[in-house]
Design a protein around this ligand. Structure first.
Ligand code: NAP
Length: 270
């Protein structure tokens, strides 16, 4: 079974280790390749995928553009406007989004409730769209704040969410039950936070950035006694759900966690 990841760059991705661990644990023969794909080569890469692969993941910067090249798109991926998983079936390319249910599986696994809760999403990029969609579908009241207000406005209009503008950010943070950072602030930078110092919500803080495992936002929230969750569960669960779409088998999620943690550790050493 030939699987892979289309993105640019992909060299530091944890997905090959995670999926090869899942293949081994399931007793399946196969490989998962990191397919470095500059934007100009996306169409050609998808032709190769159609011919040779059982499925692929899609990452930055192709999650949105790839929709133009697929034969079928799941209703969920269509509503989110992004595809992170492609299944190849009889030469047809079918697009799915497992980021959204993967995020929810991470919350469920940690026992974090969201139904009827006030959720504030920081960010309005591809990941924010998946997270906001998933939370709304799960029954949360979702508000969105983003540095570039026009992007947050577009997301709120498309999904029927509440827009938070800059002057109302502090009140929205203090009034929410669940705050989710989906911006890239904090990525490989333990000194940056998407919120001003001292501003925190009252309940739970989730940061979908997984490198470092504990971002500055999470550290401050933990020190304030809040419940925190990092980005690793979403990463592992979006992968587990993709694996199930490709193989029809529920993977060994613990093997995927172990492989991802080992990959993160060696990335922080090198
Ligand atoms: P994206 O589409 O490029 O969006 C980036 C977002 O970050 C935008 O809202 C952007 O705001 C905001 N941002 C960037 N720099 C900022 C700054 N200095 N101050 C304030 N806001 C800033 O990226 P994405 O695909 O949504 O990914 C976002 C993050 O989520 C990345 O760190 C990625 O690694 C992580 N992620 C994690 C998982 C997982 O499985 N755990 C899955 C997907 C993504 P503007 O609109 O103002 O530019």
């Amino acid at each position: 079974m030939k699987l892979g990841l289309i993105g640019f760059p992909v060299e530091h991705s944890l997905s090959p280790a995670m999926h090869e661990a899942a293949l081994r644990a399931a007793g399946l023969e196969g490989t998962y390749l990191a397919l470095e794909t500059p934007p100009a080569f996306l169409r050609a890469r998808l032709q190769e995928v159609r011919r040779e692969f059982a499925g692929v993941n899609v990452t930055v910067p192709h999650k949105e553009r790839v929709l133009d090249y697929l034969d079928e798109i799941s209703p969920e991926a269509r509503a989110i406007g992004a595809v992170n998983t492609i299944v190849c079936a009889q030469g047809r390319l079918i697009g799915h989004n497992t980021d959204a249910p993967g995020f929810i599986s991470g919350l469920d696994e940690a026992g974090i409730s969201y139904r009827n809760k006030k959720a504030l999403v920081l960010g309005a990029g591809g990941a924010a769209r998946a997270v906001a969609y998933a939370l709304k579908k799960g029954g949360a009241q979702v508000a969105v704040y983003n540095r570039t207000q026009s992007r947050a406005e577009a997301l709120c209009n498309a999904m029927g969410l509440r827009l938070v503008t800059e002057p109302l950010l502090a009140a929205a943070v203090q009034g929410c039950d669940l705050l989710i950072n989906t911006t890239s602030v904090g990525l490989k930078d333990p000194s940056s936070s998407p919120l001003p110092p001292g501003l925190l919500p009252r309940g739970v803080v989730v940061d979908i950035v997984y490198n470092p495992p504990t971002t500055r936002l999470l550290l401050e929230a933990q020190q304030a006694g809040l419940i925190i969750l990092g980005g690793l569960p979403m990463l592992v669960w979006q992968g587990a759900l993709a694996f199930e779409l490709w193989t029809g088998i529920k993977p060994d999620v613990q093997a995927m966690y172990e492989a991802a943690r080992a990959g993160l550790q060696s990335a922080s050493i090198s």
